[in-house]
Design a protein around this ligand. Sequence first.
Ligand code: MN
Length: 224
Amino acid sequence: MQWKSPKHPNFATNTGEERSINRVFCIAKNYEEHAVEMGGEIDRKRPFHFQKSFDSICFGPDVRYPSNTESLHYEIELVVILGSGGINMTLDQAELAIYGYAVGIDFTRRDRQNEAKDKGRPWEIAKNFDDSALLGTVTPKSDIGLLEEGWITLDVNGKRRQTGDLNQMAYKTVELIRFLSTLQELKAGDIVYTGTPSGVGSVVRGDLLTGQVDRLCPIEVRII
Ligand code: MN
């Protein structure tokens, strides 16, 4: 399985291999308690998603506090990395397409997002900015199997802020891939942020964030 592009950022795997990131898909409202804390609910008809530019990808250990916000929020998420793609994929095809997994944080300008929601605008300004898509070391699925359950946590300065289990996702990873493949042809290097459990909150410069998902390499980053 080989895919690399000179134009795109490369992620590292726990075996030292490098691959290129293609597109960055992010699923919103995939955990009930987080949907409720955001004042909404899960859409049971279909998932809801947005995209970030691959320029927004960041590997740490520093994360630059963005301009134009007083409320930078963390969202700890399981990230799925595709090793192949397809269009109108079945659930079996979706499972076969998963190359691996990583811990990620979907950073969000929450104040700008609330304004966008109020005005019925897209979420672009809230979601797509430098360092907004933090990505940890990738663990291949061949090492750990299909990841559909296991704890997911985020600590800020050593205090636990987010706790959940991957089995709380309203839409499983394979369902998310199948859904996205109905909208465009998915390709190797596409990555999917699969939504965050409850407990999101804001951080300031100097804060140390630790994100963990059962069986994956943890991430530790500082806001600068
Ligand atoms: Mn998110």
